[in-house]
Write a protein that binds this ligand. Sequence first.
Ligand SMILES: [Zn+2]
Length: 218
Amino acid sequence: MFIGHFAVGFALKKAEPKVPLGVWFAGAMFLDILWPVFLLIGIEKASVVPGITVVTPLNLEIVHWSHSLLMSAVWGTLFGAVVYWRVRTAKAFLLTALAVMSHWLLDYVTHTADMTLAPHGARMGLELWNSLAGTLVVELGIFAVGIAIYVRMVRNAARSAWIHFAILIVFFLVMYVAAIFGPPPPNDQTVLAVSALALTPVIMWANWLDKKLGLHTF
Ligand SMILES: [Zn+2]
């Protein structure tokens, strides 16, 4: 899944407003931040095979260190512990840990058989990516719900803040459309990893925007 992960970040901000939006985003996409790093150091493996699914040409051959359920619990606990150190609420720890683990569930629904419960486990996936309409309806639906929950928290933000917010949403949608309908990326692990990591500045962008909308509490 792509932008559906950000929907989880938008929605969970309401559950614990003390955690900035960018930190929620970092949690929800944390497995996809580890994945390119693990590709670069060679412990995970991916290639580009046009047509392997209807929606994406990504062939995730080994992703169990970043993307197995067991490891998502490990990464979630570590991520939650760092957030707790800063925010000091049990809710922040628990929900940011669950945000990290939610990534596994959403990817399990969308991916073909490349997700595992634990490293080296049986590979599985519900293959939503083999239905373009299903993918768009589910993912854009989740994304819209996440945004709706987030914007209802905003009180008296300046017009310029709303314009910046709209730019962020358009950015996500353009990235999404390009990922699904654009040409496949080159079949090169380094290029895949670097382009995945290129999305991480959105964490800082979201924190800045959270502040502009009056919701940043750090
Ligand atoms: Zn993922």
